[in-house]
Design a protein around this ligand. Structure first.
Ligand code: TA6
Length: 282
């Protein structure tokens, strides 16, 4: 079942209900902000203090960082993580192939507004599949006469029982840039979180496993060889107006990315899909 409602703050929201799960997607940002399998707790984390205001990213779910990840590389005045996550997407199509799966296809196209921020013609297609597996695929299409380079991330926020009890498996021996210390390091074993963590892992493969006390979340990636792992911990949570002070305890970001050295160049007419598939198992 697909229904159209409004979020707090008045965003057009598409609500999906099928035998696998329920989900909610705001047209602003093409932002999937809720996904919960039937009879289980929410898989994606959403801040209780999230903005639902035009021009401000929703804090949680899967923000789309595009066409740049992080701060703009030459103009820090431009919005962090690009403009897709605060742009109004259009719903192109919905599909309900069976009782267990629902597909949404959304689109963002270049406009006078986007051209002022990023001087290229593009089409962005977002394909979300709500089933026993959650799949989010963001396809960039170069509609320009010039080649362009993008960095991006599907900035997934996961709900965890207690951040101190989780581990992330699958990045052992992988090089990463530690944004907190501004150093390049090598991961030793599983990732445990006991402080602020803000890392971009390079040459990553999938699947990754997020081991929580009562469930395992498998994260598979396509079109990506970098992964971002982020938890703001105490001080950063207190600094962020759209996060409660103790919010860091129940969330962890594991992001399927094209970040830093994993940037992608697209020549005119070329497409690049970035995809994350998330499956929960007991
Ligand atoms: O993905 C990690 C990160 O780049 C962190 O450095 C932190 O800034 C986080 O994204 C959230 O960024 P936002 O602009 O959504 O507050």
């Amino acid at each position: 079942m697909i229904t159209h409602t409004k979020t707090p703050g008045g965003f057009h929201s598409i609500e999906v209900q099928n035998k696998s799960a329920v989900a909610k997607v705001a047209l602003q940002g093409g932002h999937l902000f809720h996904y919960q399998q039937q009879n289980k707790k929410p898989l994606l984390w959403l801040s209780q203090k999230s903005h639902f205001e035009s021009g401000k990213a929703i804090r949680g779910g899967i923000p789309l960082c595009w066409p740049w990840f992080g701060e703009h590389h030459t103009d820090p005045a431009l919005p962090q993580h690009g403009f897709a996550r605060t742009s109004l997407f259009e719903l192109l199509e919905t599909r309900e192939p069976d009782e267990y799966n629902t597909e949404l296809i959304l689109q963002l196209q270049s406009s006078e507004q986007t051209l002022r921020l990023w001087p290229y013609q593009f089409e962005l297609l977002l394909h979300i599949t709500i089933g026993q597996t959650l799949t989010v695929s963001l396809t960039t299409i170069n509609c320009d006469s010039e080649a362009f380079i993008i960095t991006s991330a599907l900035h997934s926020y996961f709900t965890v029982s207690d951040i101190r009890d989780v581990t992330v498996q699958g990045l052992d021996k992988t090089e990463y840039w530690d944004k907190v210390t501004d150093e390049t390091k090598i991961q030793k074993g599983d990732i445990c979180i006991g402080e602020e963590v803000d890392r971009v892992y390079q040459k990553t493969t999938s699947p990754l496993l997020l081991e929580d006390s009562n469930r395992t979340i498998q994260i598979c990636s396509e079109g990506s060889s970098s992964t971002v792992v982020w938890n703001p911990w105490v001080d950063k949570s207190k600094e962020m107006a759209d996060m409660q002070d103790d919010a860091y305890k129940t969330m962890l970001c594991i992001e399927t990315a094209n970040a830093l050295q994993d940037s992608r160049m697209l020549v005119p007419g070329e497409e690049h899909p970035l995809e994350t598939s998330i499956t929960e198992s007991i």
